[in-house]
Design a protein around this ligand. Structure first.
Ligand SMILES: [Zn+2]
Length: 183
């Protein structure tokens, strides 16, 4: 098995999504099928070993393009207000006054608890849905508990994958394990 890390520009993928490097893993065991998936630090593409570089490049580009377009469409179609309302109901948390995507690179999300407003980093537009949900629940919990107190974690951890989501984000950002900043 061999792997290569590429930095591939894919045509037709909207600029809203930050680009991830593409890791190509060639497997001798894989004969026909290929697959791409999002990892915290890259897009991982598994392909059969032994293809010519041209054929491989075409396959990688096609798979990554398809995955990225799907992500972009999902991100564009993710109505944060609806999502937050559903999660608030599910976990017995307050609904925000507003929740919006925002260009912010220094944090995953932020919450102004006195106003009930939440902003979610556009960098999260590409993470798996369960990670985004965990971040939203984290911020909803801040609407009731502004600080990271034990009572806060009791609320935030009503979302069962909270801890795994923190691990995912930590791997993405190498070090910023806390998803948010509360004002
Ligand atoms: Zn927080």
């Amino acid at each position: 098995m061999s792997s290569t890390l590429l930095d591939t520009a894919i045509d037709g993928v909207p600029e809203v999504l930050p680009r991830l490097p593409v890791r190509v893993i060639r497997s001798a065991r894989r004969r026909k099928t290929a697959a791409a998936r999002i990892q915290p630090d890259c897009i991982e593409v598994r392909v059969p070993a032994g293809m010519t570089p041209d054929v491989e490049a075409e396959m990688v580009s096609s798979l990554v393009g398809r995955l990225e377009r799907k992500r972009a469409a999902e991100a564009g179609g993710t109505n944060l207000a609806d999502r937050a309302a559903k999660l608030a109901k599910k976990y017995g948390l307050p609904r925000p006054e507003s929740i919006d995507w925002a260009e912010q690179n220094d944090r995953w999300a932020s919450c102004t608890s006195v106003r009930g407003t939440i902003r979610i980093s556009t960098r999260l537009a590409r993470v798996p849905r369960w990670v985004l949900d965990a971040v939203i629940v984290h911020e909803l919990a801040h609407l009731r508990e502004p600080n990271h107190s034990p009572r806060f974690w009791e609320l935030a951890n009503r979302c069962p994958r909270q801890e795994r989501a923190r691990g995912f984000l930590e791997a993405m950002s190498t070090g910023h394990s806390d998803p948010c900043h509360t004002i």
